[in-house]
Design a protein around this ligand. Structure first.
Ligand code: AHR
Length: 503
């Protein structure tokens, strides 16, 4: 058995974990909304058409915030289409995904779904085909109490009290040529600044996320952040990051190392934010919203066929990646990366929530099940609350195509407000188990309460409606704590949650 060591100390804090790092994302895309959260006539649907089987799984994952309605979709979206009597709402061509949007779920329905699912909205405004005027109007509609055109229209549409949406995105991926209303960094920075100003004049309590790069491989990455932040730094609260990884060549060690790229991406954006702070002699520290992260590649080929077979179809089964066991391991490492950067990453959204590159899958009229990546997401959301600890991990490493010195044990730890510690750990070693020693001497008497393990003999193993628990957590081998030193057995190629509670 190989050996690794983790040293923890109450004084080594990264920072307080903002629960919003366990957010997710629902776009008007594919079957995320129609057939995902909403399916009137489904046996589990409530009186508004919301699937209760899906809602239960969302509640179980305790998702504090859900980004909506896009994504690329939002850059051609008229928010006014999504309010008022449903039979009068227009059907529109969606030029992001080449489908038809029926607008049967809109602002009111989404806010109501959030309430019922125990989450809160992170609402995106269209800065692609529209701009500051539409943006300030939707804030007035959603958040102003009464006595104006838009707020009274909300009341007339059945919502007396403001929705009080606190978190707003200033457009989506505006650096991407695929985006409706694609802009240069300067154009976007100016547009975002003016929209932000007006939106905050309507409601000064809101927080705003400006679009960073669509991913760190964009040729404009770095320059985009620097230029656009130079224009809008003082009026926004967060800058966004988006990143998806794939493993089309079946290189598991290389794929599992991709979390290192995520870490590098975060640290680079932090540096750029701080350089703007310096340049502007500003007192304000800008934080990060990693509001799209996941694995995405399994569905790419089939999506082309689906669109060809039904051009402009409604709620087509697009981006339905079937995730496997190794995807769940990378999800674990990406969550660990978010925790390690909890001092600056205050919001993050697993993209997306249901059916579309999602941890939760459904069949129209049928069942609902968890993909393998649901488990690390749900478990870190449940147990990774409180303070993120700066874990010092001494572990053997490996080299792969894109990275050198990849830690075989990728691990971190959190401490809740009662002083209980949770260790999250991916063993990237394909063959060997580890004995992980955790130095807990600074935490008083702790015992191993639970060791949750996710492991499968086949990295390509998946869950289906027929076999929903093929990849599912089991009880791990655990370990013991003696004199403040824990010894934990970490099986080869596995995801682990070790809960250490007051003895
Ligand atoms: O999440 C799917 C798409 O990925 C989003 O619409 C877009 O923002 C990103 O490119």
């Amino acid at each position: 058995m190989k050996q690794a060591k983790m040293i923890l100390d109450r004084a080594y804090e990264i920072g307080r974990i903002d629960p919003r790092i366990y957010g997710s994302f629902l776009e008007h895309l594919g079957r995320a909304v129609y057939g995902g959260i909403y399916e009137p006539g489904h046996p589990t649907a409530d009186e508004l058409g919301f699937r209760q089987d899906v809602m239960e799984m969302v509640k179980k994952a305790d998702v504090p915030v859900v980004r909506y309605p896009g994504g690329n979709f939002v850059s051609g979206f008229n928010w006014e289409d999504s309010i008022g009597p449903r039979d009068q709402r227009p059907r529109r061509l969606d030029l992001a995904w080449f489908t038809t949007e029926t607008n049967q779920v809109g602002l009111h329905e989404f806010c109501e779904w959030c309430k019922r699912a125990g989450t809160s909205p992170m609402y995106s405004v269209n800065l692609g085909t529209r701009g500051a005027d539409a943006a300030r109007n939707v804030v007035e509609y959603a958040n102003h109490p009464s006595g104006t055109y838009w707020s009274d229209l909300r009341r007339k549409n059945g919502q007396e009290k403001p929705f009080d949406i606190k978190l707003w995105c200033l457009g989506n991926e505006m650096d991407g040529p695929w985006q409706m209303g694609h802009k240069t960094a300067y154009e976007y920075g100016r547009t975002a600044n003016e929209a932000a100003k007006l939106m905050k004049w309507v409601d000064p309590t809101i927080e705003l996320v400006a679009c960073g790069s669509s991913n760190s491989d964009m040729p404009t990455f770095g320059d985009w952040e620097y230029t656009m932040l130079s224009e809008c730094y003082e009026n926004i609260d967060y800058v966004s990051l988006h990143r998806y990884y794939g493993n089309p060549t079946g290189d598991t060690p290389g794929f599992l190392a991709r979390a290192m790229d995520m870490d590098d991406f975060i640290k680079t954006v932090v540096c750029i934010c701080d350089s703007i702070k310096g340049k502007k002699h500003s007192k304000k520290k800008l934080n990060l919203s990693f509001d799209e992260w996941n694995v995405w590649y399994h569905s790419a080929a089939q999506d082309e066929e689906i669109k060809k077979a039904d051009p402009w179809g409604v709620a087509l089964p697009l981006l339905e990646d079937i995730y496997n066991f190794e995807d769940a391991l990378l999800t674990g490492s990406m969550l660990i990366t978010l925790l390690r950067n909890a001092d600056r990453v205050k919001i993050a959204c697993l993209a997306q929530l249901v059916n579309v590159i999602a941890p939760i899958m459904t069949r129209n009229g049928g069942g609902c099940w968890a993909q393998p990546n649901y488990y690390p997401f749900m478990q870190v959301s449940k147990y990774g609350r409180g303070t993120s600890l700066r874990a010092i991990v001494d572990t053997p490493t490996y080299d792969c195509k894109d990275y050198e010195k990849v830690p075989l044990i990728d691990a971190t730890a959190t401490m809740d407000d009662e002083g209980n510690v949770t260790v999250f750990c991916v063993n990237r070693d394909m063959q060997e188990d580890f004995n992980l020693t955790v130095d807990l001497r600074d935490f008083g008497k702790l015992r191993v309460e639970e060791h949750i393990l996710l492991k499968h003999a086949d990295v390509n193993a998946v869950n289906t409606e027929e076999q929903p628990f093929n990849v599912a957590p089991t009880q791990g081998p655990g370990g013991k704590v003696d004199g403040g030193m824990a010894e934990i057995h970490i099986p080869a190629l596995s995801w682990n949650v070790i809960r250490l509670v007051k003895a």
